[in-house]
Ligand binder design. Sequence first.
Ligand SMILES: [Zn+2]
Length: 356
Amino acid sequence: MRDDSFHLLKKLVEAPSPSGYEGPVIRIYREYVEQKADFFSIDVMGNASAIISGEQPGPRVMITGHCDEIGFMTQFIDEQGFIYFSAIGSIDHQLIPGRKVTIHTRQGPIAGVVGKKPVHLMEEDEKRKVPALSDLFIDIGARNKKETTEKIMIGDAITLDVNLERLLNNSICSKALDNKVGAFILAEVLRLVKERKKDLCGELICVATVQEEIGIRGARVSAYQHKPDVGIAVDVGFATDHPNVDKKRVGEFSLGKGPIITRGANINPLVFDGLLQIAQEKKIPYQIEGAPQTTGTEAGVMQLSRNGVAAGLVSVPCRYMHTPTEMVSLDDLETTIDLLGHFILEQSSDFSFIPI
Ligand SMILES: [Zn+2]
């Protein structure tokens, strides 16, 4: 991976962006794509759209990558100055005690730790129990409520302090790979398509969307705004090549074996066929997922926008999703960029996505 690209990925992943508080990550996305796009805009929710227009007519292809992450929000401060919090999105909260966190206040970031009774002082049955999220608290070192409330406002967003690290075989781990990798892929597809703009038919619309983790909200208004012919969601998908997951139930997906291309009712068959054909022609590795119902991704809301959009879903295999240390392969990011770039540049003026 180019140094510039890796640097962008690291910045996107490490920027705090719990749903509803995506400002920092959208600013990084804007900085990278605004100059390359023919048109750039941010809507009232915070969705950031970068558009490149081709010289010939063709389909409007919108690709989305949600740039919000799961996190927490301050809810209550007790007399001793400890902070109680709620979850933003669905987080595996049994992994949170003992972690370092950052509270993003209006005066700037404040460090804290999620407190935990020492194991020596726990009764045997306590050791087996998972504490309720509402019993967890953050300690910022304050002596009382007054000291905490001088710094913290109710509703401040909280993120885990986990940065991006390289592991063996071109894999990386970090918080929030779900789905900063999606926003990263969009930015890189835009860069590639810009370099070959003369070959583009129609339009490419790359939208870093907000508020996916709390009900797939941003993509809904973006699809309405842009009226695409094709809408492809770029997200993470479950890798099942590690202990304790059931391949019979989820399917077989491995890190480093290429993007997961989904098929099923939520996906337009011609979009699926187009992606598959490109992968085979260009010798891009891929994995196939069957989704008998709606996918629970932005492909679901895009498909139902206005009078229907030809939806697609391309996912990067991810281990340990929604834990503080998710894991993906850089190779899969590059092959996903390659697949989407080629798919967009292969579109022609003579297009139809009517499946029958
Ligand atoms: Zn997620």
